[in-house]
Design a protein around this ligand. Structure first.
Ligand code: PMT
Length: 316
């Protein structure tokens, strides 16, 4: 591995985001709509990142390194943030789990449909209630203009999107929140050092030099959206270092909260680490979403933060 790249050279050498102008217009409209005084009196806006970033090994990419994440946590959290009254910018990996679709079958959505005698397609009776609710909730969020979905695959797309979202959200000050659940690559091949065509196997074993992805959390906190409430995640496999690593992230990047989880148990429990305390929250029963409890606690902390910054709770 070579030393950490600096953020400027990362952005300068990254392939530019396709549709950057269209994305920036959608972001501008979304934030203007949701921060208009009539929009539930200056709504809170959260950017939820979700799914894993890929690292291409070739510019005309045949192979890539991937990061573990189904996107379930981000999708479920988006639903609960919307329910809590937030407007949500859902920055997600293409093809990962989507809000309101979490209960659709993995193998084939065709199981949800029947074809009747007149060849009309209908939702199977057994799934009708669930599908109706999902469609209703999804349409409500989309029609109300409170959900904006932006997709990425590569680390280049993810970090460019994060920067665009952050610089846009900065206009709502402390009402903005970042919930960084995406699993972000730590190592990558810089675009200008990447093979253009498919790497050939005839040359024998492959030696590859990976650079460190610059951590963007400091930039997010200090430059892109300095007043936003920032929650980052810490995923580890060794329980012995988890909370210590979360503490380090909290202090080093000046995060408001770090949510720490272990690969083996992340669906059952997480530790919420703040400057003052560490609290473990657990799933109580099988049907419950851990994200419901998480979002409730995080939004309460966000309220206190807004009160502190606006000096006396004169804004919601
Ligand atoms: O999607 P699921 O299958 O439901 O799984 C959810 C989850 C386990 C992926 C999620 O709960 C989680 O832990 N996400 C964060 C995983 C991760 O990348 O952890 P990390 O320790 O590598 O990174 C810590 C933080 O630094 C993250 O908030 C990340 O956004 C940020 N980061 C990481 C690398 C990098 N180069 N720059 C960053 O800013």
């Amino acid at each position: 591995m070579v030393a950490a790249e600096d953020p400027e050279s990362f952005f300068a050498t990254a392939p530019p985001l396709r549709d950057a102008d269209a994305v920036s217009a959608r972001l501008r409209d979304f934030i203007a709509r949701n921060s208009h005084p009539s929009a539930a009196s200056g709504r809170r806006i959260v950017c939820v990142t979700s799914g894993g970033t890929t690292v291409p090994l070739e510019q005309r990419c045949v192979r890539y390194i991937d990061n573990f994440s189904s996107g379930h946590r981000g999708a479920a959290s988006t639903e609960y943030f919307l329910k809590a009254g937030y407007a949500v910018i859902f920055v997600h990996r293409r093809g990962s789990c989507q809000p309101y679709c979490r209960f659709l079958p993995d193998d084939s959505f065709l199981k949800f449909f029947d074809v009747d005698a007149e060849s009309k397609v209908q939702v199977a009776e057994s799934h009708a209630t669930m599908v109706k609710k999902a469609i209703g909730d999804y349409c409500k969020a989309m029609e109300g203009g409170s959900l904006l979905k932006l997709a990425f695959s590569t680390i280049f797309e993810y970090l460019q999107l994060l920067k665009m979202v952050a610089t846009s959200i900065s206009s709502v000050g402390p009402r903005g929140m970042f919930y960084l659940a995406a699993a972000v690559s730590d190592f990558y091949v810089p675009w200008d050092r990447m093979a253009k065509h498919k790497i050939q196997s005839a040359g024998g074993p492959l030696d590859m030099r990976l650079s460190q992805v610059p951590k963007m959390l400091s930039l997010l906190r200090n430059q892109w959206a300095p007043l936003a409430f920032c929650i980052s995640f810490k995923l580890e496999t060794d329980s012995g270092i988890l909370v210590q690593k979360a503490d380090m992230a909290l202090n080093k990047y000046n995060m408001n909260i770090v949510v720490a989880n272990l690969l083996a148990t992340y669906k059952q429990e997480v530790v919420i680490v703040t400057e003052k305390e560490r609290s473990t929250i657990r799933k109580i029963n099988r049907d419950e979403d851990l994200e419901e409890q998480m979002v409730e606690i995080l939004s309460q902390n966000h309220s206190k933060y807004i009160c502190g910054i606006t000096n006396g709770c004169n804004q919601s």
